[in-house]
Design a protein around this ligand. Structure first.
Ligand code: FAD
Ligand code: NAD
Length: 510
């Protein structure tokens, strides 16, 4: 019998005790030791949950059909950010000349005419880059699997489904030899964390060679001559930027009037500008209706009758939740109109004892959120202290060059709430000048009156790191004055965060 902690109440706040997850939890003796927990899907949502459940004394089985670490480690976050690391290196090299670095033998005494030497050009061996990417992902997956096994978590390499609300059937994966052995796993708590798969348009079916999903780009052994990227969301923008930096001729087909439609408008405009300056073609208001292979070419037809031809096409048109065949309907688990699993802020589904975490819930498709949802699910299910998920404080980064990092409310909401917005351009910052940083900004949003920081945007190198002090301020309801009065290093890019905060100061007499 399933013994979940409380009646599910999707969309509502939890009934459990509320403390910050950073505070010590109650002792495991207060929790349901010895519970049988089955996790289906081994991405960050699943494996982080498994670790918490084990820590709380449960008997834990994790069923994963592909590889531990999930899509996050094997096809999405880890490989894309590793590829981007190579692209970033090439972007840095663009500044070499400005910084006084010359090709060996071409430096001249001061004042002498510079000899006519071609700027350094690097060829990227995409086969070698991708080999490194795949090896790193595989290694990370093995590291996580090793950790889980050391903690005493049982891993079944196979496909899981619910045969009843308290039973998971796992069919073991036996490569090349028909159906594998079936395990019937009785569970007190089930966590569904099966992620999403790339959305496939029936008129643009990937062949894995020239029409690709984002999971297939790591099989390329040679640089695409002309890559058409369809979709200008985060995935499309990151790959378009990376491949342009790696030396491919890139066309970005965007169905909207600008790239990154869900992001800060100033940041998106800046990135689109950078893309165009680097030679990328950005086609706005261009919805792709099909992608067809003709020998070594791919023709992408657009809704307005135009077409664009490339050597390769990357479809980055979003994902669909992996719920098919899981037995969710029969188990009474409700889905949202978009097909995601309906959960509340402690990850409960509509069936007692069944929880869900990560992209399959569609709550906020980030690895960090998946992991948090998974942990929260186990804290709740197993009776430990728990805070419901708060998506208003989640930081996110688009790993373009420059990076775009955001946290808290955006400008539209700021306007609606009458909040104050200050933007400080990064190129004015002394450290930025030294580093030849030519674009970027810090934007802070603060509540009128008491100056509480409500949100922020950083566009610049390593914005993913620079956003942290702003995240701390948003998460802990700190004020602009508190941010301004925390000293920064001189010279440092974070000095501009303090500068923006100083500009938000409201004098006592005002
Ligand atoms: C290109 C790309 C780049 C990204 N970059 C970032 C980033 O930089 N930072 C970030 O925070 N997020 C990033 N994301 C989002 C991130 O990948 C997801 O939010 C994260 O993977 C979600 O984790 P998850 O645990 O929900 O699922 P996943 O990581 O998708 O794992 C789900 C697992 O479940 C398995 N599974 C599915 N069905 C079954 C079944 N029936 N039985 C057994 N196993 C099953 C799958 O094989 C998979 O391994 C990126 C996404 C993409 C597409
Ligand atoms: N750095 C990161 O953290 C990172 C990176 C990648 C993805 N993600 C996560 O994954 C989620 C999904 O991102 P995504 O970019 O894969 O999907 P998405 O759904 O956000 O974007 C897909 C884009 O494709 C467009 N599109 C759809 N059909 C089209 C067509 N026929 N022609 C042209 N354009 C079309 C859509 O309008 C949309 O803008 C994001 O919300 C993000 O949370 C995160």
């Amino acid at each position: 019998m399933v013994t979940g902690a409380a009646q599910p109440q999707p969309e509502s706040a939890t009934t459990a005790a509320t403390v910050s997850p950073a505070e010590p939890h109650r002792g495991a003796s207060a929790t349901r030791r010895g519970s049988r927990v089955v996790v289906v899907g081994g991405g960050p949502g699943g494996y982080e949950a498994a670790l918490v459940a084990r820590q709380l004394g449960s008997d834990v089985t994790l069923v994963e059909r592909r590889g531990v670490g999930g899509a996050a480690v094997l096809t999405d976050v880890v490989p894309s950010k590793t590829l981007i690391a190579t692209a970033e290196w090439l972007t840095l090299v663009e500044s070499a000349d400005e910084l006084g670095i010359r090709i060996a033998g071409s430096a001249t005494p001061a004042g002498a005419p510079t000899p006519d030497v071609e700027p350094a050009v690097f060829d990227v061996d995409l086969g070698a880059v991708n080999e490194r990417v795949r090896a790193l992902a595989e290694q990370q997956s093995n590291d996580i699997a090793g950790r889980l096994e050391r903690e005493g978590i049982r891993i079944i390499h196979g496909t899981g489904r619910l045969s009843a609300p308290d039973t998971v059937v796992a069919e073991e994966r036996t490569p090349g030899s028909g159906p594998g052995r079936e395990h019937r796993l009785d569970a007190d708590v089930v966590l569904v964390s099966t992620g999403v798969s790339p959305r496939v348009l029936p008129t643009a079916v990937p062949d894995g060679e020239r029409i690709l999903t984002w999971t297939q780009v790591y099989n390329l052994t040679a640089m695409p001559e002309r890559l058409v990227v369809v979709g200008s969301g985060v995935t499309g923008a990151e790959f378009a930027g990376a491949f342009a930096a790696l030396g491919a001729d890139v066309v970005l087909v965007s169905s909207r009037d600008r790239v990154l439609p869900g992001n800060d408008a100033d940041a998106a405009e800046l990135i689109e500008d950078v893309f165009c300056r680097r030679g990328m073609t950005v086609m706005a208001n261009s919805r792709a209706v099909s992608a067809t292979r003709h020998g070594d070419e791919v023709v992408v037809e657009l809704q307005d009758g135009r077409s664009v031809t490339g050597s390769h096409c990357l479809m980055a048109v979003g994902g669909v939740p992996n719920t098919a065949g899981l037995g969710l309907h029969d188990a009474g688990v409700e889905l949202t109109p978009s097909g995601h699993v309906l959960v509340d802020r402690v990850s409960r589904t509509t069936t007692r004892g069944i929880y869900a975490a990560g992209d399959v819930t569609g709550v906020f498709p980030l690895a960090s959120v998946a992991a948090t949802q998974g942990r929260v699910a186990m804290w709740h299910a197993l009776g430990d202290a728990v805070s419901p998920l708060d998506t208003s404080r989640v930081p996110a980064t688009v790993f373009t060059s420059p990076e775009i990092a955001t946290v808290g409310i955006g400008e539209a909401e700021a306007a609606a709430r009458g909040a104050r917005v200050v933007t400080v351009p990064l190129p004015r910052n002394p450290r930025a000048k030294m580093l030849d940083v030519r674009e970027g900004f810090i934007k802070l949003i603060a509540r009128e009156g008491d100056g509480t920081i409500l949100g922020g945007v950083v566009v610049g190198p390593r914005a993913s790191e620079l956003i942290y002090p702003i995240t701390l301020a948003v998460a802990n309801r700190r004020t602009a004055d508190q941010l301004a009065n925390s000293m920064t290093i001189y010279p440092s890019l974070s000095g501009s965060i303090a500068e923006a905060a100083r500009q938000l100061h409201e004098p006592l007499h005002s």
